[in-house]
Design a protein around this ligand. Structure first.
Ligand SMILES: NC(=O)c1ccc[n+]([C@@H]2O[C@H](COP(=O)([O-])OP(=O)(O)OC[C@H]3O[C@@H](n4cnc5c(N)ncnc54)[C@H](OP(=O)(O)O)[C@@H]3O)[C@@H](O)[C@H]2O)c1
Length: 309
């Protein structure tokens, strides 16, 4: 089986560089069989969330994974990006206890605040203090954030006792060049917070004229009829390196930002393809620069702008 490298977090913990996500393609749907297929393909990191409403699928997949142990899997989950029922207040402690019950485990490896805009009734700073407490109780090994902009990170830094281990953000060649993303990247670097990119493959599946559509369930389907800016570059590099387009983009993301990267699929052959990314020689400086430069031809962000203000 292909070996996926690990990322060392500021806590010293090692995290598999590719995470199998239970959203987007699996958004709010049971997906135990897909998680199981991902484990068989070689994924050792699962990225889920309270909001995805399918954490019990993680528990089911773990129970069905013959020969595998919970300790062999790195599990990331998040407390909520605004509950679907907005009348119920967000509560990081209740969300974590619920997640552990649904997954039938007694700790998660990484627990994130899903979105700074949706921590009410707490401020993000208050929510972070609760996260720190949960970590000290051993209910989660590490804590981090998601969708935090540079200013929001700086605000948190005024009172944090534990520096977030990661900031999970949308990061693709079509938004990496945005000044707000650049500010997040340098702020994370300054505080030794690992970037955890999601939607790294948007250049493949985004429609050339697509606007904000966070919950599109069928990325890629029917989009291939129109040319996208990175098509030629990905094809050229892929031919050179004998890699698929997805592998080229995952390699770009890994080499540029250091992962861990959250991706997903509902096809076992594609899960295997993602894992095999790391079997190939690294992209050259010229290949990385080509993707970076061509990516600037389009600005696209799938998730709300305010996440990065
Ligand atoms: N923290 C947050 O706010 C947040 C937001 C979004 C996502 N996430 C996490 O990140 C995970 C991944 O997000 P994402 O789905 O946006 O990631 P992505 O890696 O950009 O996209 C994955 C999709 O790309 C499609 N794909 C891959 N190669 C393709 C090709 N050659 N042609 C056509 N389609 C191709 C796959 O389609 P198939 O399924 O058909 O293989 C798959 O559904 C989520 O599940 C979630 O865990 C977090």
């Amino acid at each position: 089986m292909s070996a996926v490298p690990c990322v060392k977090l500021n806590s010293g913990a090692l995290v598999p560089a590719l995470a199998f996500g239970t959203a987007t393609r699996h958004w709010q749907k049971p997906c135990a069989q897909h998680i199981l297929a991902a484990l068989k393909a070689g994924f050792r990191h699962i990225d889920t969330a309270e909001l995805y409403n399918n954490q019990s699928s993680v528990g089911e997949a773990l129970a069905q994974w013959e020969g595998g142990k919970r300790e062999d899997i790195y599990i990331t989950t998040k407390c909520s990006w605004g509950k679907l029922d907005k009348t119920v207040p967000n509560d990081p402690r209740a969300a974590l206890l619920g997640a552990l019950k649904e997954m039938n485990i007694d700790y998660v490896d990484l627990y994130l605040i899903h979105d700074p805009a949706d921590t009410q009734p707490h401020t993000p700073t208050e929510a972070w203090a609760i996260m720190e407490q949960l970590r000290s109780e051993g209910l989660c090994k590490d804590i981090g954030v998601s969708n935090f902009g540079a200013k929001q990170l700086e605000q948190l830094s005024e009172s944090w006792k534990v520096v977030p281990a990661v900031n999970q953000i949308e990061l693709s060649p079509h938004c990496a060049h945005d000044p707000r993303t650049q500010a997040i990247i340098s702020t994370c670097k300054a505080h030794n917070i690992a970037l955890m990119p999601f939607s790294a493959l948007t250049p493949i599946w985004v429609k050339p004229d697509e606007g904000y559509n966070p919950f599109s369930e069928t990325p890629g389907v029917g989009y291939e009829v129109e040319a996208r800016p990175l098509d030629l570059a990905l094809e050229k590099i892929g031919r050179n390196k004998r890699m698929t387009e997805s592998q080229v983009l995952l390699a770009w993301s890994w080499q540029m930002f250091g992962g861990p990267i959250a991706t997903t699929s509902d096809k076992s052959w594609r899960m295997e393809e993602y894992i095999k990314t790391f079997d190939h020689a690294p992209l050259s400086a010229e290949e990385l620069a080509l993707i970076t430069e061509v990516g600037k031809q389009k600005y696209y962000r799938r998730y709300p702008e305010q996440c990065h203000d």
